[in-house]
Design a protein around this ligand. Structure first.
Ligand code: ATP
Ligand code: MG
Length: 364
């Protein structure tokens, strides 16, 4: 049988989605969805994973499930083409994680660089919740339960995909070919791999409060850009400035297109020319920031508008999620049947086993 091409990816409902998610993964998902090249597309909210480091704040996760769903719809994820579901509603994923736990060592998990950084970020060093520590395993279950072939995510997810691939290889080696090895699909544009926060810190992240949200108003976006981190040594307009590590230029790398210059900054042919002027000196941050604001508004305004429309019928959004969960659960249940069979724990639907045991005990 021809291998189906299946996309799967998700987000933690720990906050509204931001422009890091957008350039790192969301924009790509919409392209993949509309490309017609994939047999199935699954997009999910990892609420159970979000609880692993928010266990005392279930309300936060509950509130953000709808926010993230609205962000999906606003960006153009279409429930007619993509199945949107919520992780906790698919108990098969817990079951698969439990089996996978025997295929991974504690030291292998300890070596995961993303988990290491996240443990530090959350000050978990002294007391790491087991669920948080093992989330790469649960993520492998999320991916493999849907036999995903393609996982469009940001760079921070690379170690997770590697872990998932190892688990699949180990599982298939022990139990026979059952699961599919997923491939990571990283953004092509280097600036999008790990978009920095407005404070210039390494990663824009809901948990760090350095985000421009997709649902921010035009005024909020304007204000956040105005106070954004640039080159701390570029004090006077005449000073030569640095483009590398300058967040405003990183965002322009991620968002600007040649046609934006004609529309908003006709003195420059393209981003290279703008960068060259900044490096030489004589170009002020304010002008660059104004250009960035225009570019961002053009990209974000249609998303904001669509979000407002979907906000008009929230019960319909929950209904869409419920249907998505039902459809996703059926797929995961099929995979789990295959997994149980491969692992020889399908006692009651294995007539050969029952006959064999009957024969053994009757002495025949
Ligand atoms: P949290 O702080 O709760 O972990 P987060 O902002 O890191 O939230 P996630 O839900 O963990 O967001 O990530 C969802 C997806 O977005 C992943 O594919 C991740 O790689 C991608 N992503 C998140 N932040 C960025 C970023 N700053 N740049 C590029 N991609 C990102
Ligand atoms: Mg994260």
């Amino acid at each position: 049988m021809k291998q189906e091409k299946i996309v799967l990816t998700g987000d933690r409902p720990t906050g509204k989605l931001h422009i890091g998610h957008y350039v790192g993964s969301l924009r790509r998902r919409v392209e993949l969805q509309n490309s017609g090249q994939f047999d199935k597309i699954f997009i999910f909210e990892a609420d159970a994973q979000a609880l692993t480091d928010n266990i005392d704040n279930p309300e936060k996760v509950r509130q953000n499930v709808i926010e993230v769903a609205l962000d999906y719809l606003a960006c153009g994820i279409d429930p007619a083409k993509s199945t949107i579901f919520i992780q906790s509603q698919i108990p098969e994923l817990c079951e698969l994680s439990f089996y996978f736990m025997d295929l991974v060592s504690v030291s292998r998990l300890q070596r995961n660089p993303t988990v290491k950084t996240e443990i530090q970020m959350r000050n978990f060093e002294a007391s790491i919740p087991v669920g948080f520590f093992t989330y790469p395993i649960s993520q492998a279950a999320d991916i493999t339960a849907f036999k995903a072939t393609t996982v469009p995510v940001g760079e921070d997810q690379e170690p997770m995909l590697e872990q998932a691939r190892e688990i699949v290889r180990r599982f298939n080696y022990i139990y026979g070919d059952t699961l599919v090895e997923p491939n990571i699909l990283l953004p092509e544009n280097a600036a999008c791999l790990r978009l920095p926060g407005t404070d210039g810190k390494a990663k824009m992240s809901k948990s760090l409060g350095n985000c421009i949200y997709l649902s921010d108003s035009a005024d909020e976006v304007e204000k956040k850009i105005r106070t954004m981190y640039t080159d701390p040594n570029h004090l006077k307009v005449s000073d030569p400035g640095q483009v590398e590590g300058n967040t405003v230029f990183t965002y322009l790398d991620a968002f600007s297109r040649p046609e934006h210059f004609g529309r908003y900054l006709p003195d420059y042919a393209d981003l290279e020319e703008l960068k060259a002027h900044y490096r030489r000196g004589g170009l002020g941050d304010v002008k660059v920031k104004k250009f960035l604001a225009a570019v961002m508004q053009e990209e974000l305004e249609p998303i904001r508008q669509r979000r407002k429309e979907f906000e008009q019928d929230i019960p319909a959004v929950y209904e869409m999620l419920k249907k998505g969960c039902e459809a996703a659960r059926a797929v995961a249940a099929d995979t789990l049947s295959e997994v149980r069979k491969a692992m020889k724990i399908n006692y009651f639907d294995d007539e050969a086993l029952i006959a064999e045991q009957a024969a053994r005990f009757s002495g025949k």
